[in-house]
Design a protein around this ligand. Sequence first.
Ligand SMILES: NC(=O)c1ccc[n+]([C@@H]2O[C@H](COP(=O)([O-])OP(=O)(O)OC[C@H]3O[C@@H](n4cnc5c(N)ncnc54)[C@H](O)[C@@H]3O)[C@@H](O)[C@H]2O)c1
Length: 318
Amino acid sequence: MACAIAILMRRIASEVCLIDQNLDRASAEAEDIQHAGIFLGCPLVTSTSDFYKLKDSAVVVIAVCETKPGEELNVKHNVEVFKKIIPIIAKVAYKAVLLVVTQPIDVMSYITWKLSKFPSSRVLGTGTLLDSSRFQDLLSQKLGLARTSISCVNIGAQGDSVSIWSSIHVAGTRICDINPRMGQADDPEKWCDISAAVNKTEAELNRKKGKRGPSCWALGFCTAEIVDAIVRNTKVVLPVSTYVHTCIHGTDKDVYMSLPCVVGQGGVHSNVRQDLNNYEKEALQRCANNIRDVLRECGILYEPIDVLQRLFGLVTPQ
Ligand SMILES: NC(=O)c1ccc[n+]([C@@H]2O[C@H](COP(=O)([O-])OP(=O)(O)OC[C@H]3O[C@@H](n4cnc5c(N)ncnc54)[C@H](O)[C@@H]3O)[C@@H](O)[C@H]2O)c1
């Protein structure tokens, strides 16, 4: 719901259709929003449990989930749900961009790409845009600066992301030129605590929200930002989950994970190469390995884990 509300509040869609297997819930939510349509530019807000309503959609946001608040994320179950729904979505909304919100986002984005048989440019996940926003917020508090004055990004796996300290800048000045160990474990100023806090935020919020979790308002606004980029072809650079070819950004194997991408009409236009330091490259490779491990556990990838390579560091990031 957070995604739908954010999209409607930004007035970027003339029609939003809520699709849920729980038709009562979808129709009640749609009716509730429709009552305030006058304040939202009078969009059409509809509901159904029938995926055929997706015909002619520009963007399909996939946020299905059956995990109850407080329950462990069941990835294998999500994979089974996706095996049922993605082929139907791809058949009906064959021109759409598929935007994946279901966690774990990078894993589910990869699965959506495979099951939809769409070009990878038209399948993306909200990825580390949320992590990056949280990072920017915490940095702005610590530096005492407006968020808009801080350029920073988290990449890799959503919820286990890598803060790219080497590229953070304020008015063109790289802040790691002031403290080159910024973000690293041996930094006496312990800036790395901010990165750790970003990755703990989700669990902490869900714990505090308790039974009312896990709806995430910030995720809704991140989703709306990506939808806006697609429908208005803004070509904004956002860290989203995308197909990463072997060796791009130093990873040794293909994977879906978050990198800064140019997002516009049709999805991801390209990704932006970053000059990462060795510390960041290693952390990114660990993210890629973890994502691929989950894909293997779900029976999506079949190659064995090369334990020797991992143990002895034979895979050197480029
Ligand atoms: N950090 C993040 O990126 C982040 C944060 C919060 C939530 N999320 C993700 O957002 C998603 C949505 O969260 P929410 O709080 O709105 O969950 P929710 O439980 O309120 O809603 C999920 C809906 O999916 C529907 N559904 C399940 N299986 C379906 C199927 N086969 N066909 C149609 N509908 C189906 C359910 O009926 C339910 O209404 C979750 O997958 C969650 O993992 C991501």
